[in-house]
Design a protein around this ligand. Structure first.
Ligand SMILES: Cc1cc2nc3c(=O)[nH]c(=O)nc-3n(C[C@H](O)[C@H](O)[C@H](O)COP(=O)(O)O)c2cc1C
Length: 255
């Protein structure tokens, strides 16, 4: 199974066997994670593998899933770091899924890693993973997602490949399944917007950008599967406009 195929079967797993995973598999995951390029060159990230067995006095909160392993992503805070973090972590989540293991994002894993904080890294997101206690795959039609017409506007008759890419983007996981992505789709480009949330603006803005990075990962993985060259671009002519319901995030040009 490749990353594109994993998009269509991934689901959040919240019950894990506490058995250790073969060290070779862990090494493959960490090597894969280290090989992923950043979306923006100036951002630095560190990934820490935490084993539940090594954590003393760790009490998972209500929203924290108990798992044998957590991959914690720390990042410096240059512009675009949340988008980058989501884009990076989702590729790792899909790689782990393709290996037959379960994953679940954890928004607030309270680890308090003092060393990294001193180096001005911020803990951004964590991914729980391990052997699932139940089936780790799901058919994509069972995923609770908004209908395509609520998240994408097709400005031109998009071909089969572009439609498949948008369908892959639709399946992205998001914090509280909020699915903030909105897409304006042309035949060779997708403009990505994040739905404004006027009620819980600050909290949602942060997770919203992480979610957008995850969605962007699905778009770029989809484009690669279709053998299309895809480049994320920040388009000043769009960002200079203001939109009532959405914030402009980034565009993907495909050729
Ligand atoms: C940024 C982010 C944070 C999340 N935080 C949590 C969390 O703290 N606890 C949890 O159980 N699920 C968490 N999730 C998982 C979402 O609830 C889940 O992805 C969403 O409901 C869609 O379900 P699915 O992953 O099964 O497709 C998070 C997901 C994302 C993307």
């Amino acid at each position: 199974m490749n990353l594109y195929e994993a998009i269509f079967v991934r689901k959040s797993i919240r019950k894990y066997s506490m058995d250790k995973i073969d060290q070779k598999v862990i090494d493959h995951i960490m090597n894969f994670a280290d090989s992923i390029p950043m979306l923006f060159d100036d951002i630095k990230v560190k990934l820490e593998l935490v084993q539940l067995a090594d954590l003393k006095h760790f009490q998972p909160g209500i929203l924290t899933v108990k798992a044998p392993y957590y991959l914690v992503l720390y990042s410096t805070k240059e512009s675009g770091y949340l988008l980058n973090a989501g884009h990076l972590m989702e590729q790792i989540a899909l790689y782990i899924t393709a290996r037959g293991l379960g994953t679940c994002y954890i928004g607030n894993l309270n680890l308090k890693n003092k060393v990294l904080e001193e180096e001005e890294y911020e803990q951004v997101i964590a991914l729980a993973f391990g052997e699932g206690e139940c089936e780790v795959y799901r058919q994509s039609d069972k995923a609770k997602r908004l209908p395509l017409k609520s998240i994408a506007v097709f400005k031109e008759e998009a071909d089969k490949n572009v439609r498949s890419i948008v369908s892959a983007a639709r399946l992205a996981p998001s914090g509280m399944n909020s699915q903030p992505w909105r897409m304006v789709v042309y035949n060779n480009r997708i403009h990505l917007f994040c739905k404004k949330n006027i009620f819980i603006r600050n909290v949602m803005k942060e997770t919203g950008l992480l979610d957008m990075g995850i969605c962007l990962a699905h778009i770029l993985i989809g484009a690669e599967e279709m053998w299309l060259e895809a480049k994320p671009l920040y388009m000043n002519n769009i960002s200079s406009q203001s939109f009532k319901k959405n914030d402009y995030i980034i565009s993907v040009k495909m050729s």
